[in-house]
Design a protein around this ligand. Sequence first.
Ligand code: AHR
Length: 320
Amino acid sequence: MSILKKLALAAGIATALSSAAMAADMTVGFSQIGSESGWRAAETSVTKQQAESRGINLKFADAQQKQENQIKAIRGFIAQGVDAILVAPVVATGWEDVLSEAKEAKIPVILLDRGIDGPEDLYLTSVASDQVKEGKVAGDWLVGTVKDKDCRVVELQGTVGSTPAINRKKGFEEAIAGHSNISIVRSQTGDFTRSKGKEVMEGFLKAENGGKNICAVYAHNDDMAVGAIQAIKDAGLKPGTDILVVSIDGVPDLFSAMAAGEANATVELTPNMAGPAFDALAAYKKDGTMPPKFIITESKLYTPADDPKGEAERRKSLGY
Ligand code: AHR
């Protein structure tokens, strides 16, 4: 190895070590929404793993789906003088006061997986998917699948006022606009949970001739889709055949349903939001490097052609 290469290698190792050392000194507060879905539970475990592998002391607060608990937790982190705060905001509005307090205390805030309606200078970066795109990918799949056939869709929305619920609805509607054979005939929140997804789907089935008038269910997450699949089976219909099922997340249970022929498509959302967030934070703490305002994760469509059984297995190493 030339002397130049050796020097470059040594400099690289020194940079990596100093970033790691910097991370090891950090205490980061994480205000998580709760554990409403399989995806959420995986995001929590990946965040804990990522923190541990970087030597970051993570202070975890579960908000039980309540914004007031998140605000309380963030104020607690500020009072403790943490080095940074991660927050997955349950809803989009109502963050300005508490995030201004963090800014005032010079504590960088990183948004994970959901956005806020508020000034961009209140957070260092936001690591999330393009949620409009997710809805669009799901809608495009339906358009391509039903072609000219009439299709009455029922929609299970996520938590009211959350950015994924707002944006996934928008993207899906954009995809089906101009296709007059496809229409959303019923739409209600299932709050991103399996139990509410099932309950709301039962109501849709009753209202739509026992489900005979429904061509497809579009669920804003896989857990609600899994609940809907159970409701469809209980009504004596075949999910995936009598009623198409399309959703978002890519959790193992949905892939298992797909392998059994009971689900038709899902758009993957990685649970690893913390990795890019901690990378951005380490660089910022090291020399003030400003990350991009939005770090966008991939939104990939999976169908039964994509080895769903194998995908369910592979997900086990991703925090599920
Ligand atoms: O914000 C991401 C969404 O929140 C996931 O798609 C859903 O499963 C979770 O509850």
